[in-house]
Design a protein around this ligand. Structure first.
Ligand SMILES: C[S@@+](CC[C@H](N)C(=O)[O-])C[C@H]1O[C@@H](n2cnc3c(N)ncnc32)[C@H](O)[C@@H]1O
Length: 196
């Protein structure tokens, strides 16, 4: 199992919208990689942390549809315009401030083909606890409410046909390397199609 938690059924369901060449943005140790490989012809999994990708490769090295690359998504993505049919990103957008999220959306838009599909999630109203029950807060995190996140998504992805659903999540007894023991909150699951 991924150190980042379970494969939520809402996300697995949304992945059915994806196909072709898929970019898994900030893939981590590959929580949803099985399902992404099932629906895609090829998956490129990117993350800033090489050890996350090593873990992913350890589990899935037999699959010749999978490629991994160390990429910092706060910098220009190292891909040509209109490279991907599908782009997937979970558990990550909420970590960044609005300006960085808008930059990432612009890069997603640029490397996605016309009529390409996106599946994103956006965690909101987050509460993390350490093993002793103390709150864990990350300094640079946006800490968005659901309504703030929905407004940001609708404004900044206005050239996408969007469907946004809201759900809740809770993960407990996480690996020490996650930096906290448990996390709960809401999450938005976003399925979109680039209109131009
Ligand atoms: C909470 S984990 C989520 C991993 C996976 N997407 C999932 O849903 O399980 C966040 C991931 O974002 C990655 N990350 C953080 N900042 C990044 C950046 N600037 N560029 C690329 N990846 C980044 C971390 O290394 C980590 O693997």
């Amino acid at each position: 199992m991924s150190k980042w938690g379970i494969e939520e059924k809402e996300t697995l369901n949304a992945i059915n919208e994806l196909s072709g060449i898929t970019l898994d943005v900030a893939a981590g140790d590959g929580r949803f990689i099985n399902k992404l490989l099932e629906v895609s012809d090829k998956v490129i999994a990117i993350d800033i942390n090489a050890s996350e990708l090593d873990e992913l490769k350890r589990n899935y090295s037999q699959n010749n549809k999978l490629q991994t690359e160390v990429v910092d998504i706060t910098k220009e993505f190292p891909y040509y315009d209109s490279t991907f049919d599908s782009i997937f990103c979970t558990g990550t957008l909420h970590l960044f401030d609005k300006e960085t999220i808008i930059f990432i959306f612009n890069e997603i838009r640029r490397v996605l083909k016309p009529n390409g599909k996106i599946v994103l999630d956006f965690a909101t109203d987050i509460e993390r606890l350490d093993k002793d029950g103390n709150k864990v807060v990350f300094d640079n995190e946006g800490n968005y409410s659901s309504s703030e996140a929905k407004e940001l998504l609708s404004n900044e992805l206005s050239d996408f046909k969007l469907n946004i659903e809201e759900s809740t999540f809770e993960e407990t007894n996480l690996d020490d390397s996650a930096g906290y023991n448990s996390i709960k909150g809401k999450f938005l699951i976003i399925v979109g199609e680039k209109l131009i």
